[in-house]
Design a protein around this ligand. Structure first.
Ligand SMILES: Cc1ncc(C[n+]2csc(CCOP(=O)(O)OP(=O)(O)O)c2C)c(N)n1
Length: 354
């Protein structure tokens, strides 16, 4: 088995933690696929399998107050940001116990308490949102960082360029993390971009940018810490191009005619979980029973989450207008957080039922 790097991992407990985080994401999504196939989960489902080292490494560099913005391939980001597996699965079931009361589903996970701002289904849609969050922090004098994850498909969008420009012009505290898995649905990067070096595109906006091996969680964490520290200490926006690969189809509906099976197999040889596991085992840092204990714990977490989601309840139809509009302050929004608000300003449960 190949190793992450020819090195002995200095902090064994931390390496084990990273391994656990990646396994949590992998097992959660393997379960999602199973539940989707059993028609328990409906709608779209995009899994992150193969890319786990990116979210696992970057999240380590963040403080609880920092903000995270992600794409529709965000189950792992939400989980590692502290949204429970139960709240994620209940969301996919369309149950009220989900992190968005079952209204968003797989592509729209959101949790304001965790400062997790989606779950954005529109390609590149998260970038201006991240720039806005960073601008708000700058204006309020808060030393927070906003991290924005997006696929390389986003660089073809105008929103990408507008966001790079404003973040650099205003020196905003945002870290852009491009998850370059080489394909935007069925379109290979080289078929849509004249310049395929994405870090170079960001550098064109005077943003410090560099590429990282996105299959090596230690390398990702190291790069993310360096970038986040620079952003937090006033160094303006930074950009990481994380070179990675998705092992599964784009979504549950994708015959994968655009890539060779041998290419997929080649990348699977650098599975981020197996790489770290192999390195630790080779260094005598992962005894068999430690690994068995880790996987058993994760399996228990996921099966408890499935139970939680299964036992959830759909929202009653009478509640569906709640939260569609926020309560205007003069309608007593703070005092009536559950009350429905109409565009005209009327609030109250009767309004919701109507
Ligand atoms: C503005 C917009 N255009 C098109 C789509 C349809 N679409 C959904 S996913 C996707 C590919 C995006 O690829 P990438 O950004 O590389 O992310 P990945 O799926 O590889 O993680 C496209 C074109 C969309 N959601 N939004």
């Amino acid at each position: 088995m190949s190793t992450v790097r020819n090195q002995v991992i200095r902090d064994q407990d931390h390496a084990l933690h990273l391994l656990r985080q990646m396994v949590r994401v992998r097992r959660l999504e393997e379960k999602c696929i199973e539940l989707y196939s059993a028609a328990k989960i409906r709608g779209f489902l995009h899994v992150y399998i193969g890319e786990e080292a990116v979210a696992a490494g970057v999240m380590e560099a963040l403080e609880p107050d920092d903000a995270v913005v992600a794409t529709y391939r965000e189950h792992g980001h939400a989980l590692l940001r502290g949204v429970s597996a139960g709240a994620i699965l209940a969301e996919m079931y369309g149950h009220a116990e989900g992190c968005c009361r079952g209204r968003g589903g797989s592509m729209h996970l959101f949790d304001a308490d965790a400062r997790f701002y989606g779950g954005n289904a529109i390609v590149a849609g998260g970038l201006p949102l991240a720039v806005g969050l960073a601008l708000a922090d700058r204006m309020a004098g808060r030393r927070r960082v906003t991290v924005c994850f997006f696929g390389e498909g986003a660089v073809a969008e105008g929103e990408f360029h507008e966001s790079m420009n404003l973040a650099a012009l205003w020196q905003l505290p945002v870290l852009f993390c491009c998850e370059n898995n080489l394909y935007a649905m069925g379109t290979a990067l080289g078929r849509s971009e004249s310049q395929t070096d994405i870090a170079l595109k960001a550098a064109g906006y005077e943003i410090s940018a560099w590429a990282v091996d996105g299959m090596d969680v230690l390398a990702v964490e190291e790069a993310a810490r360096r970038a986040v520290d620079a952003v937090r200490s006033g160094g303006g926006p930074h950009f990481l191009e994380l070179r990675t690969y998705r092992f599964r189809a784009h979504s549950m509906f994708d015959p994968e005619l655009y890539r060779e099976k041998t290419e997929v197999t080649r990348w699977m040889e650098r599975d981020p979980i197996a790489l770290l596991q192999g390195t630790m085992q080779a260094a005598g840092q992962l005894p068999e029973d430690t690994w068995a204990g880790l996987t058993a714990d994760v399996d228990a977490e996921i099966s408890a989450a499935v139970g939680f989601a299964e036992n959830g309840t759909p929202e009653p139809v009478s509640e569906l207008l709640r939260f569609v509009y926020s309560d205007p302050p003069d309608a007593g929004g703070a005092a009536n957080p559950g009350g429905a608000a109409t565009p005209g300003g009327g609030a109250g449960k009767e309004g919701a039922a109507g």
